[in-house]
Design a protein around this ligand. Structure first.
Ligand code: DSN
Length: 464
């Protein structure tokens, strides 16, 4: 084979960066340290394996082409064709799909490609409202999906669960061409089969965006939409622990005719990614997707997926025990939505105060929220990163306690401003570091000195 040339290449890159661009090197090193020393509970994030991140920086980035394996518009694609085929095969295997397209640059690109391929401007689509936990691309007014299409939104029932009867009623009234299910802020199982019944009843196509639960789906911890939805989309950097990027898959409907009857749904997606909505594929990201998707079948991946759900349930219960209001009363997936209004908090204050203690969450609007997206009345937590680090359900009361201590000690000084006693901040940060040291990020090299300075980003401390 090719000896250790990639090792030499990676080392050369790091060496040149540190010598030729120390300012940038320093910032990248600070970010590495910040991640090592933070408890990250952003539900949309995870921790990619070093081998997957490495692929993103490989020489595949030098290959410019368009099209698909075996049908490119430039020469020099013999090897990258094999890489893309491998990624496609691994995506299909991971999800039991009949068709996969690994070229979308993001989850947003994946969703937009399906929408643009299927609909004409002004056509009706039905998706979960942004304020009820939907994604921008599910018909929000701020996005292409809401500006160029007649976007109708469905919502939640009084308990915060998807109002499936409301979905069916709106579908009968508005006759959408496309129904979108899946969410960015919804902690409960989604009944894809029920969505398909509604879609079939009104003659609509169904797209399931599983960006947030893709790992649970692949591991069998959440029902799969692959054969219920006509199209399944996902980003690859959340629960797939892969690179920034997206993926589109089709199950049993892959050879069903697309609107117009001249092509199959799979052919339509091929065309709607390239040339309709994207140009050159990011072949390094595709290599990284191949690597991440190759790990999905491992027992370790399945164990992490199981732990994600166990952790989320335990964290939700521990926060509820400390009198925090958990939307829907709990969770079925990785995500917990917390109403932070008690004590006069806003989501922005909670987010900022926790970040000052190296606990990373994100503010989130909650159903009925009248505050802006910059303020919000809630926060969204997720356990992807905690579970990957090996923290189990037995560790969640300690994490909940840290959150509780910070939120209980915050003095609110405005929608986004706060004060926090230095002694509380110091004590919480010390405990966060202790946890991070006990549960290091798997397979990430630790700094010399076993973590001194984590999260400080102290200039001059990390350069070799
Ligand atoms: N979709 C955004 C989120 O859920 O936070 C980013 O991935």
């Amino acid at each position: 084979m090719y000896d250790d040339v990639l090792l030499q290449f990676a080392l050369r890159g790091v060496e040149l960066l540190s010598k030729d661009d120390p300012d940038l090197y320093e910032l990248l090193a600070q970010e590495y340290h910040r991640q090592l020393g933070s408890l990250v509970m952003v539900a949309a994030s995870s921790i990619a394996d070093p081998s997957a991140l490495l692929c993103e920086g490989m020489v595949t980035g030098n290959v410019t082409t368009e099209g698909y394996p075996g049908a490119r518009f430039h020469a020099g694609c013999r090897v990258v064709d094999e890489i893309e085929r491998l990624a496609v095969e691994r995506a299909r295997a991971a999800f039991g799909a009949r068709y996969a397209n690994v070229q979308p640059h993001s989850g947003t690109s994946a969703n937009e490609a399906v929408i643009l391929g299927l609909l004409r401007p002004g056509d009706t689509l039905l998706g979960l409202e942004l304020g009820s936990g939907g994604h921008l691309t599910h018909g929000a007014r701020a996005s292409v999906s809401g500006q160029y299409f007649d976007a109708v939104g469905y919502g939640l029932d009084a308990d915060g669960f998807i109002d499936y009867d409301g979905v069916a009623r709106l579908a009968r009234e508005r006759r959408p061409k496309l129904i979108i299910c899946g969410a960015s802020a919804y902690p409960r199982t989604i009944d894809f089969e029920r969505f398909r019944h509604v879609a079939d009843e009104v003659g609509a196509f169904l797209m399931a965006d599983i960006s947030h639960v893709a790992g649970l789906v692949a591991a069998g911890e959440h029902p799969s939409p692959i054969d219920h939805a006509h199209f399944t989309t996902t980003s690859t950097y959340k629960q797939l622990y892969g690179p920034r990027g997206g993926l589109i898959m089709i199950g049993r409907d892959f050879d069903r005719p697309a609107p117009g009857g001249r092509e199959t749904l799979a052919e339509m997606v091929q065309r709607s990614i390239f040339p309709l909505s994207q140009g050159t594929p990011n072949l390094s990201a595709i290599a990284a997707k191949a690597r991440a998707l190759g790990m999905v079948a491992s027992p370790e991946f399945k164990a992490v997926a199981r732990r994600i759900v166990q952790d989320a349930r335990a964290l939700a219960a521990a926060l509820a025990d400390r009198r925090h209001r958990i939307l829907t009363g709990g969770t079925d997936n990785h995500m917990i939505l917390v109403d932070v209004r008690a004590g006069g908090l806003t989501g922005a204050v909670a987010e900022r105060a926790l970040e000052s203690c190296d606990i990373i969450v994100n503010r989130n609007r909650i159903p009925g929220d009248r505050t802006s997206v910059w303020v919000t009345s809630g926060m969204r937590l997720g356990t992807n990163s905690l579970a990957a680090r090996g923290l189990g359900p037995e560790d969640m009361p300690r994490c909940a306690d840290l959150i509780h201590r910070v939120l209980g000690a915050v003095k609110v000084r405005g929608d986004r401003e706060f004060e926090l006693d230095d002694s509380v901040r110091a004590a919480v940060r010390a405990e966060v570091r202790e946890i991070c040291a006990a549960f290091p990020i798997p397979r990430y090299p630790l700094p010399a000195g076993n973590g001194d300075g984590w999260g400080d980003g102290a200039a001059g401390t990390v350069r070799p």
